[in-house]
Ligand binder design. Structure first.
Ligand code: AMP
Length: 473
């Protein structure tokens, strides 16, 4: 869960990346960073915090050079810590190299252990640093050849931008799990996780980078290389459900349109009688509009979100998350009083947010609450970069819908079915990874591990980090 952005050949490269990151802030709010290259020097700045807090005019002025990359982070591998923020900038045999990464390498810990045994020293606990180490050990003599030489070692999801003094390289894993797109801003090429960043800087959206494609942008222009075996794409369906911005175009569709289609599907065959449909803002809005249009039950904004609070769930500390629910939402008392409500959210993870919202709506006099979820029950952890952690934190992996309904305190609970979800994303070939709902993981786990071992493995990493003694404050 991160956002990445890069630009090649622009006199205000750092400023453009700053704006790009601003538009991608929803993809990560823990840290932000930019690395900028001019002919002979590399400038890099990263800090914990939001883009607007990290970059002042003074900092941006110092980030000189005509090519730059940037990153906003929400940690899914490695602790939330400055040392793990990106870009990672290194000096190696071929000069300087900067890297930003969105996704999760499922075999990162295995490669890391191998490298450690052979004497490698790590500065971070991220999977991203492993990429740099593998590239640095390649016998090839340019960043692109080193990358191509290394790519077969990486398993899992990755959308990556690499910057050298000569070129910008963008690559997407063979399944295209995380998004990545290419745009043009007059004479410059831009790369972004999502197209909403192109709209902000008034760049033209050219196309999505293809699954398995490596793009090299340098002074000779742009070149596309395919070095991995062609597979059928497996885009992350959760980007459509929750993560991406509704105004972005990804995986060939506009996110908002798909969210509305989820809502429409959810309304089909749902014969509950109600006075109004209300979304949990912002994540439930698109689906609630679709539901309301299909069911002809009026849409109302019964819950108001405080926009000065970030994505509640995105705060990694459970205590903050718990507190954040009340900070974030309030109900319009006289609108909901005495009403039969259909309340819509995009997903249920732990059910803590939804439970509190239901109790607040009841407190303000809602007569009935019918909770509707515009995705199937989230039962399985994601190992490809979305923070739906282990099954013990996912209420639907150990409870029936009836039990979840009781826990949440609503009058009825209904999820979108898997078939309806597939129908909503289009009738053609289904090209999505939906392992979080089905448990059908598209990439074999390293060393034939089971889900239990994968979960344990991640937990162990977390414990190791909690016990480590080098802490950057
Ligand atoms: P809860 O009611 O506690 O299960 O929280 C559900 C809310 O968390 C929904 O509004 C979702 O939009 C949001 N959510 C779902 N998955 C994630 C995720 N991986 N990271 C952050 N927020 C999420």
């Amino acid at each position: 869960m991160c956002g990445i952005f890069g630009i090649y050949n622009h006199k205000d490269a750092a400023n453009i990346v700053y704006l790009g990151l601003y538009a991608l802030q929803h993809r990560g709010q823990e840290s932000a960073g930019i690395a900028c290259f001019d002919k002979s020097k590399v400038y890099s700045y990263k800090q914990m915090g939001l883009v607007s807090e990290v970059f002042t005019q003074d900092v941006l002025k110092k980030l000189a050079g005509n090519k730059a990359i940037g990153h906003v982070r929400y940690s899914t591998h490695g602790a939330s810590d400055l040392k793990n923020s990106q870009p990672i900038v290194v000096e190696y045999q071929d000069g300087y190299l900067a890297l930003v990464h969105n996704g999760n390498l499922t075999n990162a810990n295995i490669i890391r252990d191998e490298l450690r045994k052979s004497g490698a020293i790590f500065q971070t606990t991220t999977d991203t640093e492993v990429i740099i180490h593998i590239m640095a050990r390649s016998k090839e003599h340019s960043a692109i050849d080193r990358f191509i030489d290394s790519i077969h070692r990486f398993e899992g999801s990755y959308s990556i931008i690499l910057l050298t003094q000569k070129e910008l390289i963008a690559a997407r894993d063979p399944f295209g799990i995380r998004p990545l797109c290419l745009g043009r801003l007059r004479d410059s090429y831009v790369i972004s996780s999502e197209t909403c960043a192109f709209d902000l800087i008034e760049a033209e959206f050219l196309r999505e980078i293809e699954p398995g494609e490596i793009l090299v942008i340098n002074k000779s222009g742009i070149k596309s290389i395919y070095q991995v075996k062609k597979t059928s794409p497996k885009f992350c369906i959760f980007e459509f459900i929750y993560f991406a911005r509704p105004d972005s175009f990804m995986f060939g569709k506009t996110v908002y349109t798909i969210r509305k289609a989820f809502g429409r599907e959810l309304a089909k065959g749902d014969n509950v009688e109600a006075d109004m449909v209300i979304p949990i803002p912002d994540s439930g809005i698109g689906a609630a509009i679709g539901y309301s249009q299909e069911s002809r039950i009026p849409f109302e904004l019964g819950l108001i979100r405080n926009h000065y609070v970030g994505r509640t769930f995105i705060e990694p500390e459970p205590s903050i998350r718990h507190f954040g629910v009340k900070l974030k939402h309030n109900a319009i008392h006289d609108l909901v009083k005495g009403k039969r409500l259909i309340v819509i959210d995009d997903s249920i993870v732990r059910a803590t947010t939804s439970r509190k919202i239901i109790s607040m709506l009841k407190y303000y006099g809602a007569e009935e609450i019918h909770f509707r979820v515009s995705s199937p029950p989230t039962k399985f952890p994601c190992f490809y970069g979305i923070d739906t952690p282990s099954r013990k934190q996912l209420i639907a992996s150990s409870h029936s819908i009836e039990e979840i309904k009781k826990y949440m305190g609503c009058d009825s609970l209904r999820y979108l079915s898997k078939d309806a979800m597939k129908h909503a994303v289009g009738d053609g070939d289904y090209t999505f990874c939906d392992a979080c709902f089905t448990g059908e993981y598209i990439i074999k786990f390293p060393m034939d591990m089971s889900i239990e071992q994968m979960e344990l493995f991640s937990d162990k990493t977390a414990n190791k980090e909690a016990n480590q003694t080098i802490l950057m404050l």
